[in-house]
Design a protein around this ligand. Structure first.
Ligand code: PMP
Length: 368
């Protein structure tokens, strides 16, 4: 079999391995921040009906600019975040990962750089690499927050073309304060025109005001969101951005024609019609997150404050060994590479019980 390295592949891809959390068949899987709840049966039926209608027209290409879906997403943001915009401010793609890829295709690329505050979502540097964009990593402080003076200094030194602010941040769960977003937006623009991408994939789980409305009046600010988390529709692959219409126009220059299938658009529209029902799960998951935090703290774990549907916990001398020990108890969590820490996402109450029992056993095993 020919190895990748024997192919005339791009130099920067040599020696790399594909991104991905291990897809293991553990009894309790709390490793990729999905919703543990399947869609309700009545909604599954409605989606099936809508798909049946849609597939009758599969001989035709889909709506290339997804107009109806963009209007529905704008209405959803209007209802839930107060951002009053029409569809010209919204752009959807196959997951927010693809939205971010399109942004870097349009605003990054060879000779340009993107800057992120790490540890953070590991797909941001991956997309940078894939689009030929340079990556600049700036460390977070000891509490996994962004140190604003250090961030300003990094912006002045590196003069990036793109800045990522992830709030709530993955894998730490920490939110970025609105004042920090505004301060860093201004600081970045003072150096040079720079696209600031606020990745708000977990925004619906946060106790803080949404950052989406900040796009109003800020032509270089983009907020990305997803239906993978709060809507419990990770399998759908639907993410979107809110920004000034010119940003959407720029992204349309690089998107592949007909990138969003008519089936995806139809399902997303049906799910959005029932957004409020699905968002009730968010409240349940938030209270389960609070329970995880309380009980893990009682066991002596060190917890990072979380505004997301997951919790970072530690500290372990060897986090990979702790990950293996939890797996031996049937629970799959995420070793996201942060030294001494692991990440667990809130599941159903029964799954969380199983995780907490395993976490308790691991404390004992470590003490022995
Ligand atoms: N941003 C962050 C911070 C994430 O954690 C994730 C998913 N793990 C995404 C974006 C991508 O989500 P999706 O492509 O499913 O919309």
């Amino acid at each position: 079999m020919t190895r990748i390295d024997e192919l005339p592949v791009r130099d920067e891809l040599r020696g790399m391995t594909p991104y991905g959390a291990p897809e293991l068949d553990a009894p309790v899987r709390l490793n990729v921040n999905e919703s543990p709840y399947a869609l309700p049966e009545w909604l599954a039926e409605r989606i099936a009906e809508r798909v049946r209608e849609t597939v009758r027209g599969l001989n035709r290409y889909p709506d290339r600019d997804a107009g109806e879906l963009r209007a529905a997403l704008a209405a959803y943001l209007g209802r839930t975040t107060g951002l009053a915009v029409d569809k010209t401010h919204i752009w959807p793609a196959n997951g927010s990962n693809e939205v971010i890829q399109q942004l870097l295709q349009a605003f990054g690329g060879p000779g340009r750089t993107a800057l992120g505050f790490e540890p953070s979502y590991s797909v941001h540097p991956l997309i940078a690499r894939g689009t030929g964009t340079g990556w600049i990593s700036v460390p977070r402080d000891a509490h996994f927050a962004i140190d604003v003076p250090a961030a300003r200094a990094a912006l002045a030194e590196h003069r990036p073309d793109i800045v990522f602010l992830t709030s709530p941040n993955n894998p730490t769960g920490t939110a970025v304060a609105e004042q920090t977003v505004l301060a860093l937006y201004e600081a970045a623009q003072a150096v040079k025109p720079c696209l600031v991408i606020v990745d708000e994939a977990y925004g619906e789980f946060s106790g803080r005001p949404p950052l989406v409305p900040l796009v109003e009046g800020r032509p270089h600010l983009v907020v990305t969101r997803t239906m993978s988390k709060a809507f419990g529709a990770a399998g759908l692959r639907l993410g979107y951005l809110a920004a000034a219409p010119a940003v959407v126009d720029a992204v349309r220059l690089v998107r592949l024609p007909y990138h969003l299938s008519s089936v995806t658009q139809a399902i997303a529209l049906t799910v959005l019609e029932h957004a409020e029902v699905l968002l009730t799960y968010v409240e349940q998951l938030k209270s389960e997150r609070a329970r995880l935090v309380t009980e893990l703290r009682e066991m002596g774990y060190d917890i990072t404050d979380s505004d997301a549907n997951f919790v970072q916990f530690g500290r372990f001398e060897d986090s990979h060994r702790a990950w293996e020990a939890l797996l031996a108890h049937g629970v799959l969590v995420r070793d996201s590479g942060v030294p001494g820490r692991l990440r667990v996402c809130a599941g159903t109450p029964a799954e969380n019980d199983a995780f907490l029992a395993a976490a308790r056993a691991v404390v004992k095993e470590c003490a022995d």
